[in-house]
Design a protein around this ligand. Structure first.
Ligand code: CP
Length: 301
């Protein structure tokens, strides 16, 4: 497999290889161990057409830990701001012969288009509403680290499912790894025919969280909402924001996850987000570096 575009196109063997490689990059305190010669003389281009803190920084740190050179290009400071098309930007970058391009773009399918125009490997760092594969991979690594398994777990994914590429990648991956997936959202943020993805659908947090081992909250993707999907943030928090009270419907030892960035007090109670006995949100970020190291190692030829 040359590119890492969509998890739904990967085999379980490739997924396991990525997760095992990431795990091998971690020391006993879950800190990534560098290997400076592995990608020596390779050049990674980080091409971000949407804002990012976690994904872009962790790809950058991952590349440096493996000894690669990194260039960062964002929309605001590139010739895209002067009207250059994605294809022309891709062809221009291609002419400089990078070894791998990491791309985030607001249009679903942009990373696939890019992969057809360049000679190097492409990794999807967030593709419209479609997929965010490395986020789901680091989420699974976090679950494996804490629960020692994924098969047989019940995982709730709650919130703005409609616009969430994180939800889609996690649904594919968790299903592949043998988890049962509950989707919880208000009707306006629930995709049509979501059951076809192999999930249980709920509009009620109490029912959807029942017996869950993992509660994965999602960010409200306001930048993708072109009309009014919610009456108010206050009402959303009342029905769908995760609080200690709602968490009590899940298993006693349920873990809380959120891909970030969080809207505190809207998607999740701020104390709960920081509760080290329940929340693994910080660990998700930590393990993100190892997952991106693994992806760079395996896809940068
Ligand atoms: N989870 C995630 O993709 O975060 P960033 O937008 O900060 O990269």
């Amino acid at each position: 497999m040359k590119h890492l575009l969509y998890l739904k196109d990967l085999t379980q063997e490739t997924i396991n290889q990525i997760l095992d490689t990431a795990d091998n990059f971690l020391d006993h305190g879950n800190q990534p161990i560098g290997s400076e010669n592995l990608l020596k003389d390779k050049t990674i281009a980080n091409l971000f057409f949407e804002p990012s803190t976690r994904t872009r920084s962790s790809f950058q740190i991952a590349a440096r830990k493996l000894g690669a050179d990194v260039i960062n290009i964002d929309e605001e400071h590139s010739s895209r701001a002067k009207g250059e098309t994605l294809i022309d930007t891709a062809m221009t970058l291609n002419a400089m012969h990078p070894d791998l391009i990491v791309i985030r773009h607001q249009d679903s399918g942009a990373c696939n288009l890019l992969s057809q125009k360049v000679n190097c490997a492409v990794i999807n760092a967030g593709d419209g509403r479609r997929e965010h594969p490395t986020q789901a991979l680091l989420d699974s690594l976090t679950i494996l680290d804490r629960k020692k398994k994924i098969e047989g777990l019940r995982v709730a994914i709650c919130g703005d499912i409609l616009h969430s590429r994180v939800a889609r990648s996690n649904i594919y991956l968790l299903n592949m790894l043998g988890a049962e997936v509950n989707i919880i959202a208000p009707s306006t943020l629930m995709p049509k025919d979501v059951e076809k993805l192999g999930v249980n659908k709920f509009s009620d947090m109490k029912k959807g969280l029942k017996g869950c081992d993992i509660v994965m909250m999602l960010r409200l993707q306001n930048e993708r909402m072109n009309s009014s999907f919610l009456s108010s943030n206050r009402e959303y928090y009342e029905y769908y924001g995760l609080t200690y009270d709602k968490l009590s419907y899940a298993k006693k030892d349920a873990l809380i996850m959120h891909p970030g960035p969080m809207n505190r007090g809207i998607e999740i109670d701020t104390n709960l987000a920081d509760d080290i006995n329940k929340s693994v949100i910080k660990e998700q970020v930590e393990l993100g570096v190892a997952v991106r190291m693994a992806c760079l190692k395996l896809f940068c030829k």
